[in-house]
Design a protein around this ligand. Structure first.
Ligand SMILES: [Zn+2]
Length: 454
């Protein structure tokens, strides 16, 4: 057993556009001096510190993070681990960027050693940024998924991943076939899905790089394995949408292509969803299919601006996604900053509480994992992070003037990055600690002595 003490925030539902407290049942819980009691990797109690102390046996060890915020770990709902090495590569647009950088980089993952080394780096980077779970693209090579899952399993991470299915409109060195992609995916599902904290996602790259036969194979896998996730891209750029219309002239829309092959359900996550219409959004909402909002990627590749408010109003599950390497940061805080900016360009000022709900519980719902992660409900797995209000001199100065919780959250999401994440816990164990992880200049100030993350 272990007690973790600090200010605590976690979500029970969407706080919406108000501050979430006006509802009959509040959308979140906030404990200014709170305690989490953790046993065997799970939350036993979450509440005010005196109550947490009373719930614990005498002599239970305490990790003391007073002065900092304990939050459920961030959930990145769409990211490509093999693209860790092409982040920050300038392309003209999505299709140009794939040809020039992504496909050559993904070729290297035929080598299991490259895959294993990159997976280790990728997981280090997630933990450093406070991301405790993710929905992850591998490459077309089954060994890329074996390598990723082996690393995630050893680190006890709750991860969802899959092998890319891609049998046309890509270089020959990355091409599988409808049959081989079915066989390889099936073998990977049988090897990894439901093992420890790992789950599999059937992963056709997108409609352009899959033949009808391959999408049918993906649909067959989905029918054979109803608890396996689906993961793909939809309606990211205009040029892509136009090409899909040529390839699938009978489909009503790009999303309808996937629908025709039985690829909309829960859990299913489609990255981007920028150029969809109201009928598409209603269909996603009805199916429980989620959109992964990837704002740094959408800005970087010039793909377009997701109308977040419209998606939420139409009942679509939305998660936040870094989409590295089209995305420009592993940090979910940087990504929330971009989500705010993209939403502003659509006339919507995303409230900070809602943003943090999107990055935690809403992501868990998108991935179909809200029974085990996403908040601090009793019995859930103790994946959490510690946010530092003194992370940089500027954040510290701005925080000193913040009056409310919502205001402080907004400072973190606007100014924060990996430096704001003081520690990351997996299954109740601290697996990353900023001060131990790398040297850091501690901000000077009268409260400096109390800032230590122990
Ligand atoms: Zn992507």
């Amino acid at each position: 057993m272990k007690l973790i003490r600090g200010e605590i925030l976690h979500f029970l539902s969407d706080p919406g556009d108000s501050n979430g407290t006006q509802r009959a049942s509040p959308a979140f819980r906030h404990h200014a001096d709170g305690g989490l009691l953790v046993d065997a990797g799970r939350i036993v109690f979450c509440g005010d510190w005196p109550d947490a102390l009373a719930a614990a046996a005498d002599g239970t060890p305490v990790d003391d993070h007073r002065g900092k915020l304990l939050l459920p770990g961030f959930i990145d709902t769409h990211v490509h681990y093999p693209q860790s090495d092409v982040i920050a590569s300038p392309g003209k647009d999505l299709l140009d960027w794939l040809d020039r950088y992504t496909f050559p980089a993904e070729r290297r993952f035929a080598d299991a050693t490259v895959a294993a080394e990159t997976a280790e780096f990728f997981c280090d980077e997630l933990l450093r940024n406070g991301t405790t779970s993710a929905l992850v693209f591998g490459t077309v090579h089954p060994q890329s998924v074996d390598a990723f899952f082996a690393v995630a399993q050893r680190r006890e991470l709750r991860m969802v991943a899959g092998k890319v299915m891609m049998d046309r409109h890509c270089p020959a060195f990355l091409r599988d076939t409808a049959q081989s992609s079915y066989d390889d995916s099936r073998r990977l599902i049988e090897r990894w899905h439901g093992v420890d904290r790992l789950r599999y996602a059937i992963t056709p790259r997108f409609a352009i790089t899959s033949s009808e036969a391959q999408l049918a194979a993906a649909g067959a896998l989905a029918r054979d394995f109803p608890t396996v996730a689906l993961h793909s891209h939809v309606a990211e750029s205009r040029a892509e949408v136009d090409w899909v219309r040529e390839l699938y002239p009978l489909a009503r829309s790009y999303l309808d292509v996937y629908d025709r092959f039985g690829l909309l359900r829960r859990p299913a996550v489609y990255a981007h969803c920028i150029h969809l219409d109201a009928q598409d959004r209603r269909r996603m909402a009805d199916c429980g299919t989620a959109a992964a909002f990837s704002p740094t990627s959408n800005l970087f590749l010039g793909s377009g601006l997701l109308d977040l408010r419209l998606a939420l109003e139409d009942g679509v599950n939305v998660g936040i996604a870094t989409d590295v390497g089209g995305g420009t940061s592993f940090s979910m805080l940087r990504t929330l900053a971009a989500a705010y900016q993209v939403s502003q360009l659509n006339g919507y000022a995303l409230p900070a509480l809602r943003a943090f709900w999107l990055a935690t519980l809403s992501g868990a719902i998108a991935l179909g994992l809200d029974d085990c992660i996403g908040n601090f409900a009793e019995g859930k797995e103790a994946d959490l992070i510690v946010l530092d209000p003194q992370a940089t001199p500027l954040i510290s100065r701005r925080m000193a003037r913040a009056q409310t919780l919502e205001e402080r959250l907004f400072v973190w999401m606007t100014l924060g990055d990996d430096r704001a994440v003081c520690a990351t816990y997996i299954n109740g164990h601290r697996r990353w600690h900023r001060d131990a992880g790398m040297p850091r200049v501690r901000p000077a100030g009268p409260r400096g002595a109390s800032l230590r993350c122990d």
